[in-house]
Design a protein around this ligand. Structure first.
Ligand code: CTP
Length: 393
């Protein structure tokens, strides 16, 4: 059961969406509100979403209940307090139990996740910061507030993150840490090969798959370095991000970081060629036809394959024809343990889509075709396949 605590902040209206997301993943979701929260959002909203009454009263018990706060605290798999106001954070840090929510906190033995949300000046106040340090030391997981426009009209760090991000944080917190102790390097995104200060040659990669893999790996306890070409995606929390632009920069960053890595996943779409000359000034319209000559970029994965040692190497292959044959050839040529084949002809697969449909091919030639799924789910399926390779001889 997911237990959601709602306290009296304006962001409480977003918690309705968060609860809706939890209801999708979890059989039972219960909501406990402070009296302040009930002034912002009606308990009926949460009752409608969860199918169970939102709980507010500390000193009542309905049929079948023994001690309400103990029952709830013991049956929760996780207790997520979103938004967490300065007031509730202060009470939790001091061990005050003056309402049902703060009382449950003291009785809970499950992971407790706090999502502070308040005015930026309040958030920065040493009293709040010290309370958060105390709670963190006692094992609470704290999701940093986002920056941006605040309800009070000012702007700064204090906004409650969006519900999908909170749901992802919670999922990550609950996941088994089966990659703990593993150091992984992931590459993501496209590369850009400049023709002049204005233009470049690139490809349609958006980085979604590589970033999903980086998030999944950190969520499962790995130390992750993400070498990323230009994307519009936010830096995954807890990941060391090395931004690059060209294939040569990616090559240099990978070669510098790969030492000590147990696993490399190359999801980036690396440009195979770059302009032989990058013009210092903007190229003018006239006479460009003959100007663009290309030269090959290094094949990063092939180079890694030559010095593989015990490291597990996973590549991607993006194909439009004779897909399996090409992917198998790449697996052999690049000395890979696993190759993930994307067939661009499959609807919902490939660049820019939130979903993907792939085939996994291993060194023994075994081919496993996976169904269409979200890139986040696929990232975990891939890690499930990779995990036994890492513990192998
Ligand atoms: N790759 C790489 N360095 C390159 C090109 C590709 O590391 N210069 C990696 C990609 O990150 C991917 C795998 O190799 O994991 C296969 O990439 P792909 O572009 O499909 O294969 P290529 O070897 O470039 O072959 P082709 O473009 O001819 O299909």
């Amino acid at each position: 059961m997911h237990l959601v605590g709602v306290t009296g902040g304006i962001a409480a209206y977003k918690t309705a969406e968060l609860v809706r997301l939890f209801v999708r993943d979890e059989k039972e979701v219960r909501v406990v509100m402070t009296p302040g929260a009930a002034r912002f959002v009606a308990p009926l909203t949460f009752q409608t979403l969860t199918g169970s009454p939102a709980l507010l009263e500390q000193f009542t018990a309905t049929a079948g209940e023994r001690v309400r706060h103990i029952d709830l605290a013991l049956s929760a798999r996780v207790f997520v307090i979103a938004p967490a106001t300065a007031n509730t954070i202060g009470k939790m840090a001091a061990g005050v139990a003056d309402n049902l929510l703060t009382t449950i906190y003291l009785a809970a033995r499950c992971p407790v996740i706090l999502v502070p949300s308040m005015n930026d000046q309040m958030y920065q106040h040493p009293a709040v910061q010290e309370n958060l340090v105390r709670l963190r030391e006692r094992g609470c997981l704290i999701m940093e507030p986002a920056g941006g426009e605040l309800a009070c009209g000012s702007s700064g760090k204090g906004r409650m993150p969006e519900p999908p991000q909170i749901a992802e944080f919670v999922r990550t917190a609950l996941r088994e840490k089966d990659f703990r102790g593993i150091r992984a390097l992931v590459t993501a995104g496209p590369t850009r090969e400049p023709l002049d200060p204005v233009r470049f040659i690139s490809n349609r990669s958006t980085g979604l798959m590589g970033y999903a893999l980086a998030r999944a790996l950190t969520g499962r306890g790995a130390d992750v370095i993400l070498v990323s070409g230009p994307t519009a995606l936010p830096r995954p929390a807890g990941v060391e991000l090395i931004p690059v632009e060209t294939a040569r920069q990616m090559h240099a960053a990978v070669m510098k970081s790969v030492e000590g890595c147990d696993l490399v996943i190359k999801a980036a779409a690396v440009g195979d060629y770059c302009p032989a000359v990058t013009a210092e000034q903007k190229l003018k319209k006239d006479g460009c036809e003959a100007l663009i000559r290309l030269q090959p970029n290094p094949d990063i994965l092939e180079e890694l394959g030559k010095n593989k040692g015990k490291r597990i190497l996973v590549g991607f292959a993006m194909e439009t024809e004779r897909a399996l044959e090409h992917a198998q050839e790449k697996l052999r040529r690049k000395n890979l343990d696993l190759i993930v084949l994307n067939d661009l002809n499959v609807p919902g697969a490939g660049f820019g889509t939130p979903t993907n449909q792939v085939c996994l091919i291993d060194r023994e030639g075994e081919v496993a075709e996976l169904p269409l799924m979200s890139k986040d789910s696929l990232a975990h399926r891939l890690l499930d396949r990779i995990r036994p390779l890492l513990s192998g001889p």
